[in-house]
Design a binder for this molecule. Structure first.
Ligand SMILES: Nc1ncnc2c1ncn2[C@@H]1O[C@H](COP(=O)(O)OP(=O)(O)OP(=O)(O)O)[C@@H](O)[C@H]1O
Ligand SMILES: [Mg+2]
Length: 423
């Protein structure tokens, strides 16, 4: 049963159309008639009509406006416009605006009316199916967008978590380095503190022996100042070393390595460990910074302190391996520990290898040494983040590589970093 609303003020016309519709075998329909547009709109609001037959010349509205008003309130209602002979142009315009069809009232026959209604219903169904399809696609697109948004937020969250974890590890690694540094500072300060103690004691002796004149005092003040400035410089060196680098700088790799060695040197001397730095086949045993030839051929551009921290981690591991080797009898207590550092300039990169004679990385752990928190040392001696940090810094910040292998008598770590093109 097709529920039709006819909005038509002319009774005769309405009856004529109803008669055409009700002719036998034609269409199973129920027609409700409204004489005014406002009445028709009220009925549409209340009822469930499937089609509207609309006259454009109603008492409360005329012409194309009639269609437009209905359409504004019920945009998805299929409408067939009924036009008199005199307003066919307006009826055509209504079709242009979306009406399904128009019928000229004077010349409607039953067949034409039925066909027109059937086509209108079919066209409407096709249109609605199209609209539903578009709607579904829009919804799917919206869902996809939402999914993407959720994924993006999740990825951003994970990235942030990862960054925070890395920050924490860097911090922990810094704290470990700091502990090591404090040991070094204490070591470096011992001598000047002793010297100051002696100088102060000497003032008292000089007074007792009547030697406390201006020349003596000037000498003593100079000596004290010298010791104090040495101590103060040590502190500055360590502080600079631990500060995070704010910006990338250009620096020579071998100088940076030598600076790290100069900081570690006192502690290594106590443990009977020596260094050799080989620069592009130019062998040099390390004594002090000025020993490293400055030929500026190994310039890289990066965060210097982070790079220094990598070198510090690897060299500290070498020191630990040598000490442990002596403890477990692999090396004699009197055997000299030795750490050899080769710096070489390749066409596009700088290669640094750090080799020790501490017995090498134990069997079976080679694959794990770069994992965070992997350590073979006891709790107070190692946290297991040194090499993880070193690899992260070299590979993520410096776009280089860090690898390890065992060589004769010890371990060898190789760092490659892109070189800065020389100008
Ligand atoms: N030069 C080396 N010789 C032998 N084993 C080494 C050497 N360097 C590293 N290793 C092994 O790799 C492990 C991981 O080193 P890593 O520097 O990451 O941690 P750690 O030294 O144990 O602790 P820390 O966090 O204090 O550095 C060490 O525990 C040690 O077993
Ligand atoms: Mg370590």
């Amino acid at each position: 049963m097709l529920n039709i609303l006819m909005i038509e003020d002319d009774r005769e016309d309405a009856e004529l159309i109803m008669a055409r519709l009700s002719s036998p075998m034609k269409i199973n329909s129920k027609v409700t008639v409204a004489g005014r547009l406002c009445e028709g709109l009220e009925l549409l609001k209340a009822g469930s009509f499937e089609l509207v037959l609309l006259d454009l010349g109603l008492p409360d509205c005329r012409g194309i406006e009639t269609y437009k008003k209905l359409c504004a309130e019920f945009p998805y209602m299929p409408v067939i416009v009924l036009s008199g002979l005199d307003d066919e142009t307006i009826a055509t315009e209504a079709v242009k605006h979306g009406a399904q069809d128009y019928l000229v009232k004077g010349s409607i026959n039953s067949d034409m009316l039925i066909r027109c209604i059937r086509y209108a219903i079919e066209r409407h169904e096709i249109r609605m199916a199209g609209l539903k399809h578009i709607e579904r696609r829009k919804r799917a697109e919206e869902e996809l967008k939402e999914l993407n948004r959720i994924l993006e937020t999740r990825v951003a969250g994970e990235v942030e978590k990862h960054r925070q974890k890395e920050q924490l590890l860097i911090q922990q690694s810094k704290m470990a380095a700091m502990g090591e540094m404090i040991g070094n500072i204490a070591h470096q300060w011992k001598q000047p503190l002793n010297a100051l103690g002696i100088i102060i004691g000497d003032i008292l002796d000089a007074y007792d022996f009547g030697e406390l004149d201006r020349t003596y005092l000037e000498e003593i003040v100079d000596q004290s100042r010298e010791q104090i400035s040495f101590m103060s410089k040590t502190i500055d060196d360590f502080r600079n070393f631990l500060k995070p680098s704010k910006a990338k700088t250009n620096f020579d790799v071998k100088i940076a390595v030598a600076e790290v060695l100069s900081i570690l040197w006192p502690q290594f001397r106590t443990n009977f460990i020596s260094f050799v730095i080989n620069c592009n086949n130019h062998n040099k045993t390390f004594n002090n910074l000025s020993d490293v030839i400055c030929c500026n051929d190994m310039i890289i551009s990066t965060y210097k302190n982070e790079f220094a921290q990598v070198i510090l981690n690897i060299i500290t591991n070498a020191k630990d391996a040598i000490i442990e080797s002596r403890e477990n009898g692999y090396m004699n207590k009197a055997d000299e520990g030795i750490i050899i550092i080769d710096c070489a300039r390749k066409p596009d990169s700088v290669l640094i290898t750090i080799r020790d004679n501490g017995g090498g990385i134990p069997d079976g752990i080679m694959d794990r040494i770069f994992e965070p928190y992997f350590t073979t040392k006891s709790d107070d001696k190692g946290t297991g983040i040194g090499l993880y940090m070193a690899k992260t810094i070299i590979e993520n910040n410096l776009y280089g590589t860090l690898t390890a292998r065992n060589v004769d008598g010890g371990a060898e770590f190789t760092i490659t970093v892109p070189a800065k093109t020389q100008t």
